[in-house]
Write a protein that binds this ligand. Structure first.
Ligand code: SF4
Length: 439
């Protein structure tokens, strides 16, 4: 009996949510391409034959966006514009049994750890020899390196362990070979991502091994910038700071989601840290890696955050002057500790006004810091060319989430993926303006 071959069909992958989901999509792309299937990522292909929607299920807004995307393609299928709709990722992992009945147009639902099963929809198998390979969805000069999956932490508000499971470190050899492969394709910057990057190694090597991993990755030829994301404050392995200080190609940058500063709220969040321990850690980070840029994320509106606790958070942000800061409002997630034990009594408007107030404090700090850079020379990595100017980032900025440098083109012919020395000539909100410095 002749089986349908999918080799001729156009497959489109859509990624929602975080950079970890993007890496999962890149693994799916790599496997489909490696099996000769014509697949693209968010190419805007009008009527692909098959759509794979890699969803996010983190908080309310993200879930809504995922559902809307699924419904859009379900309507396209009903209209005969798309043959097949497949859904994977966190929302599917968490709610696929409910959603299967609610959206019957979807052909199949896959969990966060079911790539092999998804590939069988195309009558192909998972190719182990493609492990070190990775199709990069972006311009290719930077790439995310997912060093572990899942999380063992008990944070009250977080549903990620429900969707991603327990913490599993990726073997160091695999990460070194992935990075070597990425560098051979022209990648110059790798961004280490995980749910909790500081937990790296505790399962596989029975010790926190992030510093050794950073050391190994910094020896890979061609990698000029290594950036650390998702560092958990409690139990932070201080030896990471030493390797950061010693290695030129490990960015003076750390993304450390703190979530709050009030000891009472941190306790309710089950973060295992206090205002004092947080200040002490930040002090050590700044002392041991002078000039380091610290990015953090705060959450407002968590149960137990009264006016006093929120004021404490505002004072803390004013005092600590983070380089980069993002703010989330608490989302009351079912099946989480918070969802089962707390009452979500703070009105959404109040949560949003607190988020605005905190971002206003941060904006003043960010603008002041930008002003201090005018007249300085910095190294930037060029990410794109838009509306006649080059857009780049300094060592202190991560793609997609942080500030940019707007570079007026000079005589020098710059290309995307080039490093360039620039002189900061001005500021534009959170961004910097610059011109190329001839070297
Ligand atoms: S560290 Fe906490 S917030 Fe982060 S993924 Fe784990 S449980 Fe969620």
């Amino acid at each position: 009996m002749k089986t349908k071959s999918w080799k001729k069909d156009k497959v489109e992958v859509i990624t929602l949510g975080c950079s970890k989901n993007l890496v999962d999509s890149e693994v799916i792309l790599t496997q489909l391409k490696g099996n000769g299937i014509d697949v693209s990522h968010e190419s805007g292909e009008s009527n692909p034959d098959v759509v794979i929607i890699n969803t996010c299920g983190f908080i309310e807004n993200a879930k809504e966006e995922s559902i809307n995307t699924i419904l859009n393609y379900s309507k396209a299928k009903e209209a005969g514009l798309v043959k097949k709709v497949l859904v994977s990722g966190c929302l599917s992992e968490r709610y696929k049994e409910d959603l299967r009945g609610e959206i019957p147009e979807v052909d199949e639902w896959f969990g966060t750890n079911e790539v092999s099963k998804l590939l069988r929809e195309f009558k192909v198998d998972y190719k182990k020899d493609l492990l070190g390979e990775r199709v990069i969805t972006g311009a290719g000069h930077y790439a995310y390196l997912k060093i572990s999956e899942g999380c063992d932490r008990p944070c009250s508000f977080c549903a990620i362990p429900l969707m991603r499971g327990k913490h599993r470190s990726v073997p160091m050899e695999d990460l070194v070979s992935q990075t070597t492969n990425l560098a051979s394709k022209g990648c110059k910057e790798i961004l280490l991502i995980a749910q909790d990057s500081t937990y790296y190694g505790l399962d596989l090597y029975k010790k926190r091994n992030l510093s050794e991993l950073l050391g190994r990755l910094s020896e890979v030829q061609g990698i000029d910038w290594i950036r650390l994301h998702y560092a958990f404050p409690n139990g932070f392995p201080l030896d990471v700071l030493q390797i950061m200080r010693e290695r030129e190609n490990i960015c003076n940058y750390i993304d450390m989601p703190l979530q709050h500063a009030s000891s009472e709220v941190l306790k309710k969040m089950r973060r295992g840290s206090t205002l004092e321990s947080t200040k002490e850690l930040l002090g050590k980070i700044r002392e041991q890696v002078p000039g380091i840029a610290i990015r953090t994320t705060m959450m407002v509106g968590h149960p137990g955050e009264g006016e006093k606790e929120f004021m404490e958070l505002c004072d803390f942000v004013r005092e600590q002057r983070f380089h980069r800061l993002g703010v989330f409002t608490y989302s009351h997630e079912d099946d989480t500790f918070g969802g089962e034990n707390f009452k979500d009594i703070i009105p959404q408007e109040e949560k949003e006004s607190r988020a605005d107030e905190l971002m206003a404090i941060q904006q003043d700090i960010a603008f002041e810091m930008n002003e201090e850079l005018v007249g300085k020379e910095l190294m930037v990595l060029v990410d794109s060319f838009e509306k006649g100017i080059f857009v780049g980032r300094t060592e202190y900025d991560s793609p997609e989430v942080d500030n940019e440098v707007l570079i007026e083109p000079g005589e020098d012919h710059l290309r995307i993926g080039d490093f360039a020395h620039v002189l900061i000539t001005g500021t534009e909100g959170f961004d910097l303006k610059a011109k190329i410095q001839n070297r």
